[in-house]
Design a protein around this ligand. Structure first.
Ligand SMILES: Nc1ncnc2c1ncn2[C@@H]1O[C@H](COP(=O)(O)OP(=O)(O)OP(=O)(O)O)[C@@H](O)[C@H]1O
Length: 575
């Protein structure tokens, strides 16, 4: 479908929806955005495509602005002092140049405004967690606990269901049906554990408490990082006050809901129970009450989440996803990381075991970043950690620590910048997503302390070329040369949905790009009205993209992509 065709189709649809009175604000917004674009006249473009390269673009822009000012000044002087016909012709040409520059700037301003407007429309639509709120669940007795579904170095995770599984609560409003995600979606989960997910829609993580003492306050304070992804009703009001008092006396940060970030629905402290497999699998962490030789405290933290069918690692061990699904998986991790960055949180322990996976109604894997136990979530949203001594934790898994983190040497005034550290880890995990071994895991493989970029292994031949490019960029040692998660995500969005518009971009003018963005906005808004397809992974990703539109970041992504395409063209010509 051509851009024009898509616009007129979007308008047509928008109008008929409006006529039918079915669409309220969504339709109007879509129609308004498109109508405004139609009114805006054609723009004049002056800069060549290479100018999209981020640094070059800025250079062109500043030099053209500077040139324009100089020309205006020179012309003004000549007009005052008179001049030869040749000078007058030159002045006219200069004047024309100034006009073109002005138009270019005007074009930029208009595009930036369009991006802001689109962003505002999609930011308003906050992501709703799929689990419908239930009223109780603040104590262990509120749950039926099933089998163990996972175990890490800090916790055991069990499947769970609310106690009111069979009988509706007294007010009759809170049955399990409501706690479950949309029934249709649950049935679509393609997993051998499907029945277990139906019976146990929740997962309870029981953290092991060695040193935090047994008071609720001490436990919540010392394990507060686990609570970073908690929802608004996660705590009983009195415990909310304790957690707000926070981690080391600082208010703990909480991230807002996002489709690619786990949501903690409940968090509470309780006495450690003897759960299935406890004596065999983790006897040492039990309290003396349950195992005389155990070292654990009597009480600990419980975190309630949705139960997911598997982790990313488990999924990749048994499945060969399509190329498109692989691209979508990398993109989801980038969207999740970008969301965390924007909220001033660095996960610091990304690995394929810490990514949970389910399926949307079309069978596409949806990835969710989990386990925030090592995260950095400072007040003031700073991702810069003062690194004064080795006692300061740098994060989790050392193999996937970004070079700038793993090589930092503690000292006075030393600061570790985590703003691109998770993006680097996504680059490493992406090898697994493309079906390769993670190069930083293998015995004798690369180490993030000293690898060279040219040592990175080749990708499987059928991997999408743009994903390969994104991974190479994410694994750059120097964080200043590494794209942020947002820019890398934008590259994949453009590659998946905007290839045509990017390929046909004949100048630095952004009209075509903005037309495409408006079309995408209309399509996504209209899809949102069309039922379940609006809740699929692709629709969620497109919404994330549109709600984070920023012209500079978009152009940076375009610059990287076009540069990559150019390189590939060069290689194939020379081959
Ligand atoms: N919500 C969930 N749904 C399904 N399985 C889960 C869920 N949360 C965790 N798991 C399973 O439990 C395992 C351990 O969970 P988690 O990584 O949170 O524990 P941990 O002790 O903090 O891990 P680590 O050793 O990385 O610190 C996961 O790898 C996964 O297999």
């Amino acid at each position: 479908m051509s851009v024009k065709h898509a616009i007129s189709r979007g308008l047509e649809l928008g109008r008929s929806f409006l006529q039918l009175g079915l669409l309220k604000s969504r339709g109007r917004v879509a129609a308004k955005l498109l109508a405004e674009r139609f009114r805006a006249g054609p723009s004049v473009r002056t800069v060549q495509p290479q100018a999209f390269l981020p640094s070059r673009y800025r250079y062109y822009r500043t030099s053209l602005k500077g040139l324009a000012a100089q020309l205006q000044y020179a012309g003004f002087r000549r007009r005052l002092t008179g001049g030869s016909p040749r000078n007058r012709a030159l002045f006219l040409a200069f004047g024309l140049g100034v006009g073109l520059v002005e138009q270019q700037l005007e074009d930029d301003r208009r595009s930036a405004t369009a991006c802001q407007e689109i962003q505002a429309v999609f930011r308003k639509k906050t992501f709703q967690s799929p689990l419908i709120p239930f009223s109780s669940g603040y104590k262990l007795e509120d749950y039926i606990i099933g089998n163990q579904i996972g175990k890490g170095s800090n916790a055991a995770v069990y499947e769970a269901a609310p106690q009111f599984f069979n009988s509706k609560e007294s007010n009759g409003e809170h049955s399990l049906e409501q706690v479950r995600e949309d029934k249709e979606d649950v049935q679509m989960v393609r997993s051998p554990t499907c029945c277990s997910l139906m019976n146990f829609p929740l997962a309870i993580k029981m953290l092991w408490n060695f040193g935090a003492g047994s008071s609720s306050e001490a436990i919540l304070k010392s394990m507060s990082q686990e609570l970073v992804p908690s929802g608004p009703l996660a705590f009983k009001p009195e415990e909310e006050e304790i957690t707000l008092d926070g981690y080391f006396g600082v208010v703990p940060k909480r991230v807002s809901a996002h489709p690619n970030v786990i949501r903690v629905h409940r968090a509470f402290t309780a006495d450690v129970p003897l759960l299935p497999g406890a004596q065999e699998e983790y006897p040492d962490v039990l309290p003396a009450r349950l195992n005389p030789a155990g070292l654990g405290n009597n009480r600990t933290l419980f975190v309630v989440m949705k139960n997911y069918p598997c982790t990313l690692r488990q999924y990749l061990q048994v499945t060969k996803p399509s190329c498109r699904q692989r691209s979508l998986m990398v993109l989801q991790l980038l969207e999740g990381v970008d969301h965390l960055c924007q909220q001033g949180v660095a996960h610091r322990d990304l690995k394929s075991d810490n990514v949970l996976l389910e399926f949307d109604s079309g069978g596409c894997p949806r990835l969710v970043i989990t386990d925030f136990g090592c995260c950095l979530a400072q007040s003031g949203s700073s991702l810069q950690l003062p690194f004064s001594s080795l006692c300061v934790s740098r994060g989790g898994n050392i193999s996937l620590m970004a070079p700038e983190v793993v090589t930092a040497v503690p000292g006075s005034g030393v600061v570790i910048d985590y703003s691109k550290a998770d993006a680097w880890a996504v680059g490493a995990i992406s090898y697994e997503i493309l079906g390769e071994q993670n190069p930083f895991y293998q015995a004798g493989g690369l180490r993030s302390t000293d690898y060279q970029e040219k040592q990175l292994p080749l990708f499987p031949s059928r991997s999408p070329a743009d994903v390969q490019l994104v991974i190479q960029l994410l694994l750059r040692r120097n964080p200043e040369r590494r794209p942020s998660a947002r820019v890398a995500a934008n590259m994949l969005h453009l590659s998946l949905w905007g290839r045509k518009v990017l390929a046909s971009q004949d100048s630095a003018g952004t009209k075509k790009l903005v037309d495409w963005l408006l079309c995408q906005s209309a399509v996504v808004l209209l899809k949102g009205c069309a039922g379940p397809s609006g809740n699929g992974v692709e629709a969620e990703l497109q919404r994330s993209f549109l709600s984070n539109l920023d012209l500079v970041e978009l152009r940076t992504a375009m610059g990287f992509l076009l540069y990559g395409w150019e390189q590939r063209r060069g290689c194939s010509l020379s081959a």
